[in-house]
Write a protein that binds this ligand. Structure first.
Ligand SMILES: [Zn+2]
Length: 176
């Protein structure tokens, strides 16, 4: 096809043949172009959160900081910078350690449970934590804490996990 693209035509995102703009179905490969666009969007990885947990994420830590006249703050600060979260629409990566790094990585579609915990100390400081249980045996439980609005992030992760599962055709339908 050596047809020129003009305002009325565009390449099919699936087979690259020239089709009409706004077409719902490609006349060459018969792809449903509406779902093709949605699939393409789902395949793109977006960053949801990237960074360290908060230095102080529990009221009890404030108590310790006060009792140690601030010295504990340095310890909590070092603890915070030694953890790096990289949370995307497809996977969660957690790096531990400043000099020697230990990497935890889990694909969202393997996560089976998202549990939000709000222990008293965290609740008083305005934080919560989520525990993720994965079917991947190498990292069965992952904990995330010290992130603002973590509950909202947990909801987003739940959605992304479901979408990844359906994209990979992993369903929890019980076979009869
Ligand atoms: Zn096509």
């Amino acid at each position: 096809m050596s047809e020129q693209y003009n305002e009325e035509s565009m390449p099919c995102p699936v087979c690259r043949e020239t089709i009409k703009v706004g077409a719902l179905k490609c006349r060459f490969c018969n792809s449903n172009l509406k779902t093709a666009a949605v699939d393409q969007e789902a395949e793109t990885e977006h960053i949801l959160y990237s960074g360290h947990p908060a230095i102080i994420y529990s009221a009890w830590q404030w108590l310790v900081v006060i009792c140690t006249l601030g010295i504990a703050f340095i310890y909590y600060w070092m603890e915070s910078i030694s953890v790096t979260y990289q949370i995307t629409t497809q996977r969660i990566k957690i790096e531990h350690g400043v000099l020697s790094k230990l990497m935890e990585s889990v694909e969202l579609f393997t996560i089976e449970h998202f549990d939000v915990y709000k222990p008293l100390g965290m609740r008083l400081a305005g934080y919560s934590s989520i525990r993720l249980r994965s079917s991947d045996a190498s990292s069965p439980v992952i904990s995330i804490y010290g992130i603002d609005d973590l509950e909202n992030l947990a909801d987003q992760l739940r959605e992304c996990s479901l979408r990844e599962r359906s994209r990979r055709k992993i369903t929890s339908i019980i076979q009869t």
